[in-house]
Write a protein that binds this ligand. Structure first.
Ligand code: URA
Length: 231
């Protein structure tokens, strides 16, 4: 496909605006500015617009470091949606694979591939999520054992599945769970008589939040990360 057509197809630019973007040096192929819209684009080339890689129709996979006071749903009057942090084309086609509470920080995966996100969020798929949990009170040995064995949550008829607990400090732990019930971590901690004062998701499956991403920053997943979470 010609570069000018490729650009107009992948973005919301009209053919005329795509031409202007090309002449303005905003389009690169494999890192080099290309101004000629007639250049043929092949599958192996990375085309970017304002340094954002463009994909023709293939699915997109993104990791975002969610700051506190942002929402994993659409905007309400108090908080902005994490999706608004993505300076990316066709943002409206993306959805979040596994929500975090407004006050929770950390790893959020965003995609337009529904099958892929289902494997992450469906309780049946048992995709593990690792949270760094800061508590109001030190965690007792009994409370740790209860979390590991499974606890009964308010309003549920079955206990939670066994969780992994690694103590980082008396009031801080790494908790690995694989169900994804509503407010699960906070409710588990409440069930053992303690309270969460800070919550951060650092891992989903084998994908770890990139430590180079500051809060609010994002990047595309690598092919290996995408495959590691594939159903
Ligand atoms: N569990 C919670 O309680 N909150 C989150 O944001 C994620 C898991």
């Amino acid at each position: 496909m010609r570069l000018d057509k490729f650009l107009a197809t992948c973005t919301e630019l009209s053919r005329a605006d795509a031409k202007k973007a090309l002449h303005g040096g905003r389009v690169k192929i494999d890192g080099a500015v290309v101004k000629d819209g007639g250049v043929k684009v092949s599958a192996s080339m990375v085309v970017s617009y304002d340094d954002q890689p463009l994909t023709l129709s293939g699915p997109r996979y993104i990791m975002l470091h969610k700051p506190a006071d942002t929402l994993c749903s659409t905007i309400d009057e108090h908080y902005v949606s994490v999706l608004s942090l993505l300076d990316i084309e066709r943002r409206g086609e993306l959805h979040i694979a596994g929500r975090l509470d407004a006050d929770t920080t950390g790893l959020v995966l965003i995609t337009d591939d529904g099958q892929w996100s289902h494997a992450i969020t469906s309780p049946k798929k048992r995709c593990a999520k690792v949270y760094r949990v800061t508590l109001a009170e030190p965690l007792s040995a009994e409370a740790k054992a209860a979390l590991e064995a499974g606890v009964m949550l308010n309003g549920e008829d079955k206990p939670t599945l066994p969780a992994e607990v690694e103590m980082l400090a008396p009031t801080q732990l790494l908790l690995t769970i694989s169900e994804g019930k509503y407010h699960q971590v906070k409710r588990m901690v409440a069930a053992v008589g303690n309270k969460v004062v800070a919550l951060h998701r650092q891992q989903i499956g084998s994908v770890i939040l990139d430590p180079t991403l500051a809060e609010g920053e994002w990047r595309h997943l690598t092919a290996a990360e995408v495959s590691a979470l594939r159903p």
